[in-house]
Design a protein around this ligand. Structure first.
Ligand code: TA6
Length: 300
């Protein structure tokens, strides 16, 4: 597995993009634009920090998160590709695919205007990826930072065979108390309930609230979701395009205690609202075709 090398200094841009050494000695890009800041690790193309001006950080990262080879960072925005959850053909393969534990390269950094900066990271197939997923691809992950955080995962089929894939921007949001928040945008939407044997259910007319472990794959939805947080007195809007699934997750006390990289008392402070294409919403790509899954996060 390739190690995460430090990018060329030429990608640094004064007052907009710097190359830093982060947790576990891993390199990350520190972005600053529009009064906001963001951090993106090359390991997994993993956004770990987004903070608009005069606001608390928007993303949750566990204090117990492991930053190192072969391990997904617990929190921020794990980039999930080419499968979501367990691999259908071989459950011994890592959950949520390989993209989030690979070293991505910096393809470009640009100041778009006086309020926005963009970085693009890249990952292509190699012997290791083809050993577990026998297809040729080029992945590009673009982040545009301004008052909002715009993320785009673009997958191109660079081979001569069609393939299907699942993807997710598996975003962990920081909240004051998950037991007091509500999530709008998924009313009257069908979902697979992972906590109840993947039973198909339908959300009612009320916003989603959280009273226990919650793990739901909402299907055939392109809706914007909003986290309403009365404790932190803010609303987090998650807009999307190119995505027909939304996953909502909080492990609650028992499940989070079972994760070595998740503090036992951290679960009330987070909720995942994930921008995905999962299951029957998986993406089919013919040779030469591409698809972009986009999420835009902002305080509303
Ligand atoms: O997106 C929700 C989920 O699929 C949960 O079932 C749980 O497994 C979570 O992802 C975290 O998965 P990870 O492999 O990062 O521990």
């Amino acid at each position: 597995m390739s190690t995460t090398d430090f990018p060329n200094d030429s990608f640094a841009i004064s007052e907009a993009v710097s190359i830093e050494t982060g947790r576990g000695g891993l390199p990350y890009l520190a972005l600053s634009a529009g009064g906001s800041s963001a951090h993106i690790y090359l390991h997994g193309a993993h956004v770990t920090h987004f903070q608009p001006v005069d606001a608390e950080p928007v993303l949750f990262v566990s204090d117990e998160a492991v930053f190192g080879e072969g391990k997904a960072i617990r929190g921020g925005v794990p980039v999930i590709f080419p499968w979501f959850g367990a691999n259908d053909q071989d459950p011994s393969l890592p959950s949520h695919g390989f993209a989030r534990t690979r070293a991505w390269s910096v393809e470009s950094t640009n100041v778009l205007d006086d309020r926005r900066v963009q970085v693009v990271l890249g990952l292509r197939d190699d012997e290791a990826t083809r050993a577990v997923w026998p297809f040729a691809f080029a992945a590009r992950f673009s982040v545009v930072l301004g008052e909002t955080l715009e993320m785009e995962l673009r997958i191109e089929n660079t081979g001569d065979e069609s393939f299907d894939y699942e993807d997710a921007l598996h975003t962990y949001f920081q909240v004051g108390d998950v037991r007091k928040i509500s999530l709008t945008g998924l009313e009257d939407t069908e979902y697979l309930d992972k906590v109840n044997g993947m039973q198909l259910a339908r959300e009612g007319a009320d916003p989603v609230s959280f009273k226990g472990e919650t793990d739901r794959v909402y299907i055939d939805t392109e809706s914007e979701c909003v986290v309403h947080d009365p404790v932190m007195n803010r609303r987090i809007a998650i807009g999307k395009s190119g995505s027909r699934s939304t996953v909502v997750w909080n492990p609650w006390a028992e499940k989070s205690a079972a994760f070595a990289d998740f503090g036992d008392d951290e679960w009330p402070g987070m909720v995942c609202v994930e921008t995905c294409n999962v299951g029957r919403n998986a993406i089919a790509l013919a040779p030469g075709a591409d698809h972009a899954t986009r999420a835009t996060v902002q305080l509303a």
